[in-house]
Design a protein. Structure first.
Length: 261
């Protein structure tokens, strides 16, 4: 673990900026900046798709009519509908040297505060014990289960996580489901024909498991991150925000990037 960490409390950004801030934080580390932990919301509600995911897996007509932005991540995995209320997102950006060179072990280390959060909330969540086949591969929450980074409650997925390593910096970000709507899957994805009851057998959420508010969930996640990292609360520097805005505009808002596959 690094000696000093910066924790940025939950904030709201649009989809391109949310992805660009992770990159800006990674660049900052190369310039002597601290490793960063952040919690964030997507405003407006948005969809993020995986690095290699086909853009045709998204129902673009519906997203356009509902003004739902779509952004491509630099990490792999499937698409996620980041509802402004229902989704809780986080990122950990740190030197690769802070964790094991074994990817599975580094996932386990960085997911420790996530598992701890669920325990604080009274949710019996744990890393998947074994792999299982996909129900619908383009969706993060319905794709094949991977024991390294998928968190389940009684076999139902409640959190998906992904990593990217580049230039000696690792970015891990993930989604904790506070509240879910099984009907949303058929709306945002294309060629989707799965019964809602079947979806319900594969996914769950914090609000479904325990009667706690979103704020209580955020507080638990914040406390877990602070305990895990001994971080100090901080903010973005003006340079990081300027860099993030540039990255958001030039990369994550680009149609060439979003529709690369």
């Amino acid at each position: 673990m690094a000696d000093r960490w910066r924790f940025i409390p939950e904030e709201s950004w649009d989809a391109p900026l949310n992805m660009a801030l992770d990159v800006a934080a990674a660049q900052s580390i190369h310039n002597g900046g601290p490793p960063t932990i952040r919690i964030y919301r997507w405003k407006p509600s948005s969809i993020s798709i995986g690095y290699a995911q086909r853009s045709t897996s998204i129902n673009w007509e519906y997203c356009s009519k509902q003004n739902i932005p779509v952004v491509r991540r630099q990490t792999g995995g499937g698409g996620i509908f980041h509802d402004y209320v229902g989704d809780i997102s986080y990122s950990i950006i740190a030197p690769v040297s802070s964790f094991s060179t074994d990817v599975s072990k580094s996932y386990r280390a960085m997911l420790a505060p996530i598992i701890s959060t669920f325990k604080k909330l009274g949710v019996s969540a744990e890393l998947a014990g074994s792999a299982s086949p996909a129900l619908y591969a383009p969706s993060c929450y319905l794709r094949e289960i991977h024991p390294a980074h998928d968190i389940l409650v009684d076999g139902k997925k409640i959190s998906g996580n992904a990593q990217r390593r580049s230039n000696d910096v690792v970015i891990q970000h993930g989604s904790l489901t506070y509240k879910h709507d099984v009907d949303q899957f058929a709306l945002v994805f294309s060629d989707f024909d799965i019964n809602p009851d079947t979806i319900q057998d594969h996914v769950t959420s914090i609000s479904e498991q325990v009667g706690l508010t979103r704020k209580e969930s955020i507080n638990a996640l914040t406390n877990s991150f602070l305990t895990w990292s001994n971080a100090e609360s901080g903010t973005w520097t003006s340079l990081e925000l300027k860099q993030a805005e540039k990255i958001a505009q030039e990369l994550f808002s680009s149609e060439n990037w979003t529709n690369r596959t």
